[in-house]
Design a protein around this ligand. Structure first.
Ligand SMILES: Cc1cc2nc3c(=O)[nH]c(=O)nc-3n(C[C@H](O)[C@H](O)[C@H](O)COP(=O)(O)OP(=O)(O)OC[C@H]3O[C@@H](n4cnc5c(N)ncnc54)[C@H](O)[C@@H]3O)c2cc1C
Length: 329
């Protein structure tokens, strides 16, 4: 059985001490040991039962309950004054085969994964890399949980990728303590997993675009997000360039995001047209006397290969040094 520690507390705070705020009880649930319960599916379903039990206990006391992840949100949004649940120990995951997909699904089974709520971005990236896959985007750092990220709409900086919730394709929610209160929610217009898999996670299926979109960025108020189904992409590399270009051009590129006429990086010109970068950033130094030029940073997506050069010597040198040198020159 999954084990929950229940701590009696007076207060709770975020990692960056935006609080503290009052709290009565803090729950932390750990999955059953894999040596005792070898099947990931069994451990996952067992944890769901445990969460339902905690919801029942909370309901019986007529109190409130809210799940949280790494407590990285720099505000009170994860706080609940009665009972809070720390998810980081609930971190199993599932990959899929064609036979798990809905018959109308257009997804590639190799790209689809379900991560339990407490997986942090760093461990998800490591797990995905083992399958030759990658997240499409993440925040500036990698200690946030997947459930925390989607609940708050965490964004990255890939130009055409959107935020973390934009590549979520299914949600497994625990909305109460009763049978039927575990729901698998996905879009009606873009079904992903079939009912056979949904039965394996002992859930009731709802395919509804409106409900799915409403639940996606729920700030902890749309049930306990137990599992998050994502569409990943192939592992890739980024090649970075820093350049000084005319101010007008830098701004025009930022506004239009049309790089087809940008040919200042010969390596990134294809069939006579500039390639679209994965990331584009403009640095503005308000102290620079001559502001005819701006510094821009561009990153281009490349196919993954194993023998890529060690990025650390470049990162060490580049992050600030080449930007500063360009900016003051
Ligand atoms: C160093 C640092 C860098 C950051 N970089 C970025 C960035 O680049 N881009 C950006 O957009 N943000 C960024 N943020 C903000 C941060 O990523 C978000 O606030 C994110 O929500 C934190 O995830 P978390 O796991 O800590 O969630 P928490 O702060 O613990 O919770 C966030 C919300 O999710 C809800 N929640 C969590 N788990 C569940 C669950 N299982 N079920 C239901 N609800 C749940 C909580 O109730 C709460 O409302 C950064 C923060 C820090 C500290």
């Amino acid at each position: 059985m999954a084990r929950t520690t229940k701590l009696s507390l007076d207060e709770w705070d975020t990692l960056h001490n935006n609080g503290p705020w009052d709290l009565k009880f803090l729950y932390k649930t750990k999955l059953e040991a894999s040596s005792l319960m070898p099947s990931s599916l069994d451990r996952y379903n067992d944890a769901a039962q445990e969460i339902q039990q905690l919801l029942k206990e909370t309901n019986n006391q007529n109190e409130g309950f809210r799940a949280y992840g790494s407590a990285w949100s720099l505000s009170h949004i994860a706080h609940q004054k009665d009972r809070m649940h720390f998810n980081a120990h609930m971190n199993t995951y599932f990959s899929f085969k064609n036979q798990d997909l809905h018959h109308l699904s257009n997804y590639n089974a190799d790209d689809i994964f379900m991560f339990e709520c407490g997986n942090v971005i760093k461990e998800i990236s490591e797990k995905l890399a083992g399958h030759g896959k990658s997240l499409k985007s993440s925040g500036a750092s990698n200690g946030q949980t997947i459930a925390g990220c989607i609940s708050t709409g965490v964004h990255g900086s890939g130009i055409k990728v959107g935020s973390v919730q934009d590549y979520v394709v299914g949600l497994n929610l625990i909305i109460g303590p009763n049978p039927g209160d575990i729901v698998y929610l996905e879009r009606h217009s873009k079904p992903v997993l079939n009912d056979v898999f949904v039965q394996k996670i002992r859930s009731r299926v709802i395919r509804n675009d409106g409900l799915f979109n409403a639940a996606l960025v729920g700030l902890g108020s749309f049930g306990f997000i137990h599992g998050v189904v994502i569409e990943s992409q192939n592992l890739f590399l980024l090649k970075r360039y820093v350049k000084s270009i005319k101010k007008e051009l830098a701004i025009e590129l930022a506004e239009s995001l049309d790089f087809s006429n940008f040919k200042e990086i010969p390596e990134e010109v294809e069939n006579g047209k500039g390639r679209a970068p994965y990331h584009y950033k403009v640095f503005i130094n308000q102290y620079q006397k001559n502001d005819a030029d701006y510094i821009v940073e561009l990153m281009y997506k490349k196919d993954f290969k194993l023998n890529y050069p060690d990025p650390f010597p470049v990162i060490k040198k580049s992050i600030y040094r080449d930007l500063i040198q360009l900016a003051v020159s």
